[in-house]
Design a protein around this ligand. Structure first.
Ligand SMILES: Nc1nc2c(ncn2[C@@H]2O[C@H](COP(=O)(O)OP(=O)(O)O)[C@@H](O)[C@H]2O)c(=O)[nH]1
Ligand SMILES: [Mg+2]
Length: 303
């Protein structure tokens, strides 16, 4: 029996529920979620294998007009990734239907050149009759209550190419644990810190001793100004402790082993506007999206 597999982007404006949907589709909290916009900075890959079909989802940063270098790298990354997909799902809140054309949202002069399907999110916020009417036009999902997911998957299946699986059917992700350490710390920052601080915050893994129990992980937490360090540490170290505890719980849930997280705070002035710092944190300068580039498919990074 031929198998089907393909790369599918979850794309759209900030805060429409892309990361929440990725997590619901793979059944694990891989992508960080926040009521505050722009929590997702780098693409997160989640794999779901149902029988003869392997769906490889890529949760992308939200598309917006960039205000500073980090945002412009996030946008480039989202669009470059979208251009390499087999299929792009344009996610848009059901309460704000109809969705604009994807190219308009993305600020693209030319069509993306990848089949795009509109998916309405947060369907739980519609009345039953509104939802039924919208469902006649497009896919509607609700990550809250997990409804519409099976119908969405059935709709996607015939759109995927007949191809061999790229991953083991048991795999749900491709990214290294170090990546999730940083992501979960950033999720905690979005939850526990106010105003501009979650946006000024990032982290870097300095040491990772995977063979030890508990697994030992030493991280540096970065903020943009010296004055922000004291806020991240908190009174008697309360805040830094809570940040670590959140990340540790998520990691333990993901890997099923105890984790010890050792965190230190440093200021790296204006890192969000520094090309060198952004490359260090995983946002290299963009490569031009060309027709040749579109032919290139994402290869599995690890098995
Ligand atoms: N009511 C409702 N809220 C949702 C749903 N999906 C996501 N949200 C909320 O919308 C906010 C943004 O979600 P997130 O997944 O981070 O959006 P992203 O920026 O597009 O990745 C969070 O507060 C989520 O809890 C949904 O299906 N229903
Ligand atoms: Mg997100």
């Amino acid at each position: 029996m031929p198998t089907r597999t393909g790369h599918i982007a979850l794309a759209g404006a900030p805060n429409v529920g892309k990361s929440t949907l990725l997590n619901a589709l793979v059944g694990q909290h891989l992508a960080i979620v926040s009521p505050k916009p722009q929590a997702t900075r780098l693409a997160v890959t989640g794999i779901r294998t149902d029988g003869d079909t392997q769906y490889i989802f890529h949760d992308l940063p939200g598309l917006l007009d960039p205000g500073y270098l980090l945002q412009s790298r996030m946008r480039d990354l989202a669009l470059e990734t979208a251009a390499r997909m087999d299929l792009v799902l344009h996610l848009h809140p059901a309460t704000e239907a109809p969705a604009p054309p994807f190219e308009r949202l993305a600020g693209l002069a030319d069509p993306l050149g990848v089949p795009t399907l509109t998916v309405y999110t947060k369907g739980d916020l519609l009345t039953a009759s509104h939802r039924a009417a919208l469902e006649r036009e497009a896919a509607v999902v609700a990550a809250v209550g997990e409804t519409g997911l099976d119908r969405l998957l059935q709709r996607l299946r015939p759109l995927l190419p007949e191809r061999e699986f790229e991953f083991d059917p048991e795999d749900i992700g491709t990214q290294p644990l170090r990546f999730f350490v940083v992501e979960y710390l950033r999720e905690a920052a979005f939850e526990l810190l106010e105003d501009e601080l979650p946006y000024s915050f990032t982290a870097e893994v300095e040491e990772f001793r995977e063979a030890e129990r508990p697994i030992y992980i030493r991280v540096t937490l970065f903020v943009e100004r010296e004055s922000q360090k004291a806020i991240v540490i908190g009174r008697a170290g309360q805040t830094i402790k809570a940040l670590g505890a959140h990340a540790r719980r998520r990691l333990e849930d993901l890997i099923g082993a105890p984790v010890y997280l050792d965190s230190w705070v440093k200021a790296l002035p204006n890192w969000r506007k520094s090309s060198g710092a952004l490359t260090r944190f995983g946002f290299p300068p963009p490569v031009a999206v060309s027709a040749a580039h579109v032919e290139h498919r994402i290869e599995p990074t690890s098995r």
